[in-house]
Ligand binder design. Sequence first.
Ligand code: SF4
Length: 227
Amino acid sequence: MNPQNVMLPLYDITRFTLLDYPNIPAAIFWFAGCNLRCTYCYNPDIVFGQGKLSEEESLAFLSSRCGLLEGVVLSGGECTLYPNLIPFCHSIKEMGYKIKMDTNGMRPDVIRQLLEKNLLDYVALDYKAPDSKMNDICGGGSEKRFWQSFDTLQSFNVAFEVRTTFHPDLLSEEEIITMSNTLKAMGYQNPFYVQLFREGVETLGMVDAPMRLVDIELLSQFVTLRQ
Ligand code: SF4
């Protein structure tokens, strides 16, 4: 990790959201840096960017919002890369906030440590692609580590969801259905959320060309579509 991102872990803070933490008002902490390079990534500035905000500044912001916000979403980038994440989460919890973590699942060891210390209230795990396509779509990554993270979440009593961003030029409807069936076979019983890629935004590795049409009717029989 870039040394500056160790001193200044956050690229930015979204000060208020009702959309990103189920049922409670929250802030989003955007961690700078990521260990994947997904071609459809919406956040190249965050993936390649320098951190700008320190822990102290972030906690001071939360202190000023006590009683107004109830949760913090740790997003990015990839928050599990931050070496001081566990003490940082302790500080957030001591202020009375719930913590949701968005993760690509490439650091199952960190996810386990956070769960063992009871520091997570909700986890959103990205399931990027079927195992055979993960490397192509994510510019690296490890399906083995993804499944270790999944197994860890299944084994702890924590609320979690699995989700996918669906770019129809990278995956087919049949592959999404296969992913849904794989999750069910692994004992996953929560909704499998699929969000369609939004056209017209800058991405990490794709040309902004019109996408093919998606068979929404077919997909909605197998997954939970999300705006
Ligand atoms: S979409 Fe991929 S590259 Fe972008 S932040 Fe998420 S895991 Fe990292």
